[in-house]
Design a protein around this ligand. Structure first.
Ligand code: ZN
Length: 163
């Protein structure tokens, strides 16, 4: 039996729904998701629940916000002058952007509102504060390669591509 364990590359099919049963994301009908167990490629609540499970197992995992995308932080919503963005950039609500923090780290954020002189940017993940319901099927488990372990993510059937 192939068991999900630290440093294994695990392939899963999943459907993610919110508390109201509304589907937020799914791998069904497309490629399954591959991740490296123990490398925080997926939210901690799901990674912990999959540890020790077997290929073929189907399970439902409910992940609280603190083990998912975090609680919403209202202070993470910021108003940025429009001229901080390229003049020609077409900005619209819902658009993901990359922003630099004060320590020069690149983080993902989302535009929530655009006014002529001001853009409102939300640094919370769109699923922050949500309880996540995952219906998961474990498709395969294999050993990670040395390169995958070094990078902290799987490289997939087509070999290496960088992020
Ligand atoms: Zn890599």
């Amino acid at each position: 039996m192939s068991v999900v364990a630290e440093n294994k590359v695990v392939t899963i099919h999943y459907t993610l729904t919110d508390d109201d049963g509304e589907e937020l994301d799914s791998s069904r009908g497309g490629e399954p998701l591959e991740y490296l167990q123990g490398a925080e490629n997926i939210v901690p609540g799901l990674e912990n629940a999959l540890l020790g499970k077997n290929v073929g197992d189907k399970l439902t995992v409910v992940v609280e916000p603190e083990d998912g995308y975090g609680e919403r932080d209202e202070e993470a919503i910021q108003h940025v002058p429009r001229d901080k963005f390229p003049a020609k950039a077409k900005l619209s609500a819902g658009m993901p952007i990359h922003a630099q923090t004060e320590d020069g780290e690149t983080v993902q954020a989302w535009i929530v509102d655009v006014k002529p002189n001001q853009v409102t940017v939300d640094f919370n993940h769109p699923l922050a504060g949500e309880r996540l319901h995952f219906a998961v099927e474990i498709v395969s488990v294999r050993e990670a390669t040395a390169e995958e372990l070094e990078h902290g993510h799987p490289h997939g059937p087509d070999g290496h591509h960088h992020h």
